[in-house]
Design a protein around this ligand. Structure first.
Ligand SMILES: Nc1ncnc2c1ncn2[C@@H]1O[C@H](COP(=O)(O)OP(=O)(O)OP(=O)(O)O)[C@@H](O)[C@H]1O
Length: 330
């Protein structure tokens, strides 16, 4: 459904030049849900916009939905649905009318039936008469997806579909997207910086950092590549665990840094990262390592509020391949 090689795009020139996408290869088979996962600024939206023909690549080539991106952009556009980050329609236009307009734009034969079907499928039927401007964030994103599906495309590109949604609306949206693949065999490429989204929704994930694919595989495969367990340590009361935040005089090392230093020398600790005011330690055998970790922190005079043991997440995969946690890699 997509075959892209060496896809690249830079912005600006001279010293201010930004290589947003730096040679990306991508192969997506029909019926797959593929995620582009990466931190802010990784190049996800630029990739999506190139695949949607909205932005010309600086280099590389791609076939999208059976058409060449450079020589037949119109052909690509007719065959795909693209849902951008921010929906932008007139706030007073009712939901059903908005869908009808889009159907007319694409020359959909039976507009009434298609609109009714999409309203039903994306749980929008009760909102058909409501002005678009009055929808909640989750309802708006469902309408955006419906708009992208109006011409029944074989491939849908969803750019960060659940950014800004609460967890409940997000889970609802995932269900709808998974339904597209399961019921209609629609191919979906979705960009996201949410690990849980990539994990829950995608058959395959490409982890993108600084415009390049740094790892690729099913979420389970990717996690298997990071061997061992993860121990997450939260600071105890009285200890300021903010990165670099000190408990002593200015310039004295922060508690988090002291904890990192105390643990980095332990032979059973393969890697220590600081994310969200916590320490994430990668160890081979979590159950055996926990008591040793606690003893080391105690010996260093560092209080612990909580400690948990987990299997590696996609965050740990990102950390293993880039050396930085995803949440702090922007
Ligand atoms: N029109 C533009 N002009 C200049 N730089 C741009 C332009 N569009 C994107 N960039 C830069 O290219 C890089 C990649 O941006 P892009 O929007 O593709 O990232 P992203 O992974 O989608 O990030 P986010 O999750 O924040 O949307 C960033 O450094 C961004 O500032």
């Amino acid at each position: 459904m997509i075959e892209a090689s060496g896809l690249a795009r830079s912005f600006g020139s001279g010293r201010g030049r930004v290589e947003a996408v730096a040679g990306l290869d991508l192969a997506v088979a029909a019926g797959e849900v593929v995620g582009l996962l990466g931190p802010n600024g990784a190049g996800k939206s630029t990739t999506m916009r190139m695949l949607a023909t909205l932005l010309a690549p600086s280099a590389g080539r791609a076939r999208v939905a059976g058409r060449d991106l450079r020589t037949d952009p119109g052909g690509v556009r007719r065959r795909i649905g693209y849902v951008a980050q921010g929906g932008g329609t007139g706030p007073d236009v009712p939901v059903a009318e908005e869908l009808d307009l889009q159907a007319r734009l694409y020359g959909v034969a039976d507009r009434g039936a298609r609109t009714a079907e999409l309203l039903h499928r994306l749980d929008l039927a009760d909102l058909a008469g409501r002005p678009c401007g009055t929808l909640s964030g989750g309802q708006r994103r469902r309408l955006d997806v419906a708009l992208g599906l109006v011409h029944a495309p074989a491939l849908v590109l969803l750019d960060e579909p659940s950014t800004g949604l609460d967890p409940h609306s997000r889970a609802g949206l995932w269900e709808h997207v998974a339904g597209l693949r399961d019921r209609e065999g629609t191919t979906v490429v979705v960009s996201t910086h949410y690990l849980e989204e990539a994990d829950a929704l995608c058959d395959r994930v490409l982890i993108i950092d600084r415009g390049r694919v740094v790892a690729e595989g099913s979420p389970a495969d990717l996690k298997r590549r990071v061997s061992g367990d993860v121990i997450v340590v939260e600071p105890g009361a009285g200890a300021e665990f903010g990165a670099g935040g000190g408990t002593g005089a200015p310039g004295s090392p922060g508690v988090l840094e002291r904890a990192r230093a105390a643990l980095a020398v332990r032979p059973e600790v393969h890697e220590v990262a600081v994310a969200g005011g916590r320490l994430r330690l990668r160890v081979q055998d979590g159950e055996r390592a926990v008591p040793q970790v606690l003893r080391s922190l105690e010996a260093a005079g560092l209080p612990v509020a909580s400690l948990s043991l987990a299997r590696p997440s996609l965050d740990d995969v990102f950390l293993a391949v880039t050396g930085r946690p995803l949440g702090e890699a922007a």
